[in-house]
Design a binder for this molecule. Sequence first.
Ligand SMILES: Cc1cc2nc3c(=O)[nH]c(=O)nc-3n(C[C@H](O)[C@H](O)[C@H](O)COP(=O)(O)OP(=O)(O)OC[C@H]3O[C@@H](n4cnc5c(N)ncnc54)[C@H](O)[C@@H]3O)c2cc1C
Ligand code: SF4
Length: 573
Amino acid sequence: MKNKNFYVSDAQSENEYDAIVVGSGISGGWAAKELTEKGLKTLVLERGRDVKHGEDYKTEHMPPWEAEFRGRGDRKLFEEEYPRQLRSDVINEYNYHFFVNDKKHPYQTDEEDPFLWVRGYQVGGRSLTWGRQVYRWSDLDFEANAKEGIAVDWPIRYEDIAPWYDYVEEFIGVSGQEEGLDHLPDGNFLPPMDLNCVEQDVKEKIENNFEYRYLTIGRCAVLTEPHKGRGACHYCGPCSRGCSVGAYFSSQSSTLPAARNTGNLTLRPNSIVDSIIYDKETNRAKGVRVIDRLTKETKEYHAKVIFLNASALGSTQIMLNSTSDAFPNGIANSSGVMGHYLMDHHFRVGASGTFEGYEDRYYKGNRPNGIYIPRFRNINEETKHDEFIRGYGFQGRASRASWGRGTSMDGFGKEFKEKLRDPGPWNFGMTAFGEILPYEDNHVTLSEETDEWGLPQLEIHASINENEEKMREDMAETAAEMLEAAGGKNVSPYFGEYLVGEGIHEMGTARMGRDPETSVLNAHNQTHDVPNLFVTDGACMTSAACQNPSLTYMALTARAVDYAVDELNKGNI
Ligand SMILES: Cc1cc2nc3c(=O)[nH]c(=O)nc-3n(C[C@H](O)[C@H](O)[C@H](O)COP(=O)(O)OP(=O)(O)OC[C@H]3O[C@@H](n4cnc5c(N)ncnc54)[C@H](O)[C@@H]3O)c2cc1C
Ligand code: SF4
C-alpha cells in the first residue's frame, strides 16, 4: 500500500534503505525514478529546501509592476550576496530564489581567473532553471580522445548509450526536427517548434552557401503536445520561474512524481551529505553522513547502493571529503585523478545583425527555444581546421526588438510612446558553445576553509588554453560570415570575456575510463574501487563535446541504474 505522504515511502526503518540518491536535480531525479520503479526503497537526500510543483512557483505569472524592482531585482543585494550568479547573467527578481546565495555558500578560486560556479540548491536543483536544450552525442565525441591521444578513452560508444537516449527522450518529451546528421543523431522527437520567417530564410541561405552547415530549430525538453499527463507549452516565456503545467522537463514535473507514485520514495530536503561511510571489511559504501541544514544535527543513513547526483562538483566534493585508511585522498580515488580534468563549454562569442524586408511579419508568443547550428568544424577530413581540434555549435534566434528598445533611443512624449508600440527591427543573434579539452591542471581540491556547516569548501582552478582561444577566433569569424551571407545588415561579431564555469556545463573531475589507474568510474558509472558506489552526474564525463550535456547525464543515469540493480540482484554488489 502506498504511503499517504507522497514523500515518505512505507515499510522503511528510519535509517535503512535499499538505495540512497544524493541530489534531486536533473540526474538525481532520474536515479530516483529508475531505482524506485525497479522496486528499491530509495532515499533521496537533498541539501536545499523543498520546492513543490506549481505551489512553490510563487513568481510564475507575476507582472513587472508587482515586483518591487520591476523584475530587475535588488542590485545591492545581488552584488553583495549573489555576485557570481549575477555575473553569469541568469538571475533576476523573479528567479533568484532558485539560485544559491554566494555569500552563504562560498568556495575558493583564483582572483585573476575565477571559476564561476552557478548552482541551485533546492529540490529539483537546476532542473527548474535550465535552458532545456538537449542534444545527443555521437561517436565523433566518444572516439575523439582515443583518436587524438587526449586524456583517456571513453569506455563507451554511441551504440551503448543510444537505447538509453531513446528511453529518456520518450519519457521527458523532446521537441525537434530530424536532420539525418551522423554527428548529431536524431532522437525520438515530438513535433518541432516553428522557425520564424527570418530564421527560415537565414537557414536556407546558410545551407545554400556553406557545405556542412545546417540550421535547425533547437531540440528542447519542452512539450509541443500533451505528454504523459503534462500540458503542452503555451509560449508564455518566463520558464526559469517554474512551469506549473509541466510543459518543460524538471524533476518536479516528471521524474519525482514518477518515483513518488511507486510508493518507494523517501525524499528528505534540508539534508546536506557530508561524506560517504566506507566499510573496509566488505569494501562497500555503507551509507552517508548527513548534516541537517536547519538544525545542524548529524545523522547517518545506510543502503545497499549509493548514487551520487549532487552535480559534478558537489559529488566530487563529497567523495574528496570521504577519507579513510583505505582512501586517504577521498573514497574511490586510488587513481589520484579525482578532482582533475574539470571542463565546461566556453562561450560569449558570436555575432548579430539586422534583417530588413520582413517588417510586415511577426511571430506568436514567446517561444522558449531558439535555433541550433550543429558543429561543422573537424567533423571529417574536409572540415579539418588547421589551428584547433574539436568544435562548436551555435545557439540563437531572430526576433523583433520590443518597447524596451526605447531605453536606448532619443525622444519623449506621445509620439515617442506611439513609436514604441510597434515592434522594432528584426535582429538575428547567435552565440557559440565550444568544447574545452580535458586538462589535468583544471582541477578542484578541498580547501582549509569550511562553510557554515563545517564542510571543507572547494578550491577551484580552471582556465582555457590555446586550443580554445584559437577556436574562439574562428567562432566570431564564422558567425559573422554566415549572417553576412544570409543578407544581414550591420553585422557585428562580438567577443566577450569568458570565465570557466559560465557555460553552466561544468563536468569532469571523476571521469569514466577503462583503466582503474587513470579513471574513477567504469563503463557503467560504477566506481572502480567501491562496487556499490555510482556517480552519474557531470562528474563522470571524460570529454566535454560541444553539445549541452544534461541529456547525456540522464541517459547514463538510467543505464547505470539498470546495471546496478542487475548486479544487486545477482549478489555482485
Ligand atoms: C540557466 C541555466 C541554463 C542551462 N541550460 C542548459 C541546457 O539548455 N541544456 C543542458 O543540457 N544543460 C543546461 N544547464 C545545465 C544543467 O542545469 C545541468 O547540467 C544539470 O542540472 C546537472 O544535473 P545534476 O543532477 O548533475 O545537477 P543539479 O540539477 O544541479 O542538481 C544537483 C542537486 O544536488 C544537490 N546537492 C548538492 N550537494 C549536495 C550535498 N552535499 N548533499 C545533498 N544534496 C546536494 C543540489 O542542491 C541540487 O539540488 C543549464 C543550467 C542553468 C543554470
Ligand atoms: S514558455 Fe512553455 S515551458 Fe516555458 S513556462 Fe511557459 S508554458 Fe512552461
